[in-house]
Design a protein around this ligand. Structure first.
Ligand code: BMA
Length: 296
């Protein structure tokens, strides 16, 4: 049985705001956490200057969001000259840690910041130090075998790295690669931070198909609970692909791209950027996903 996400009828949930210079062109890839009461959504936005900043919106139901007028996280140094992109948030030791892409003339690289309130931040700078393009980074929500674990992406594979302090990372290892003849034949990257299930770590990821206009789709990967370098299962078919007009046409056409999956009321809520232009929501029953995980 292959899994499919269902789009929420109120999509797209967030669109650019014409009156806000920093977000009047595109709003898209977002991190979302649910703290037991509220959904906190941090999203990438671009305005007239095409620099990416991060906006904040909050919601009680995960669907209707109240947005802040000003960005809560903006470029602050030369490593972020072109923008701060694609946040992914994980709660660890009572704080929210955000991995994001710091984009500059040196290319895209992985940086870390943390917060307790989504408005004031502590910054730790670039954490994957190599002078190679890197992005699509996400932290596991707990230590595995005594170490913090991060997903990241040296093109075209999904990689892991390990750390004792969240700032210094080592033991980079490729764990999943593009598949010839499949919808993810060009490059792949982590989506949301992984969610623990009885069957292993459930990782939402994006796969890109080599086409004149590359197509971004979503799928699941299941990783071994105590050794997340091992892939147990991977979606044969995409769980979501660009179909709606606002997914097929926009800032970058043919893109569904997610940084966030939240478990809420028996469903996984997957928030995604559509055509690098809008923010949308698709859901799936947790039970269905667990059935899929169980059949390894
Ligand atoms: C990727 C990232 C994403 C973006 C996607 C499609 O490389 O930069 O931020 O959504 O391309 O343009």
């Amino acid at each position: 049985m292959e899994l499919k996400l269902e789009r929420h009828p109120l999509n797209p949930l967030l669109a650019p705001v014409p009156e806000h210079l920093w977000e009047n062109k595109y709003v898209f890839n977002c991190a979302v956490v649910h703290d037991g009461e509220l959904f906190h959504l941090l999203y990438r936005a671009q305005g007239a200057d095409m620099v990416s900043r991060i906006g904040y919106a909050v919601s009680t139901d995960g669907v209707r969001f109240n947005r802040f007028e000003k960005p809560v996280f903006s470029p602050e140094n030369k490593d972020e000259l072109y923008g701060v992109e694609d946040p992914r948030i994980t709660k660890l030791d009572g704080r929210y840690y955000m991995l994001y892409t710091a984009y500059s003339p040196k290319g895209p690289r992985v940086a870390l910041a943390s917060t307790k309130n989504f408005i004031t931040w502590e910054r730790y700078g670039i954490v994957i130090k190599d002078e190679i393009n890197n992005k699509d980074a996400a932290l596991f929500p707990e230590k595995i075998n005594g170490k913090y674990v991060m997903l990241h992406r040296f093109e075209p594979d999904i990689w892991l790295a390990f750390s004792n302090d969240l700032v210094n990372w080592y033991d980079y290892v490729s764990i999943a690669q593009p598949r010839k003849g499949y919808w993810d034949n060009l490059k792949i990257g982590a989506g949301a931070p992984p969610i623990k299930t009885p069957y292993g770590w459930l990782l939402l990821y994006h796969g890109v198909e080599d086409a004149p206009r590359p197509i971004y789709r979503l799928g699941f990967i299941l990783l071994e609970p105590n050794d997340p370098t091992k892939v147990l299962k991977r979606s044969e078919e995409p769980i979501l692909e660009p179909e709606e007009e606002w997914e097929v046409f926009g800032g970058v056409p043919n893109v569904v791209f997610s940084d966030a999956m939240v478990e809420y009321k028996g469903k996984y809520y997957v928030y995604y950027g559509a055509a690098d232009n809008y923010i949308a929501l698709a859901t799936i029953d947790v039970e269905k996903v667990l059935e899929w995980c169980a059949k390894v």
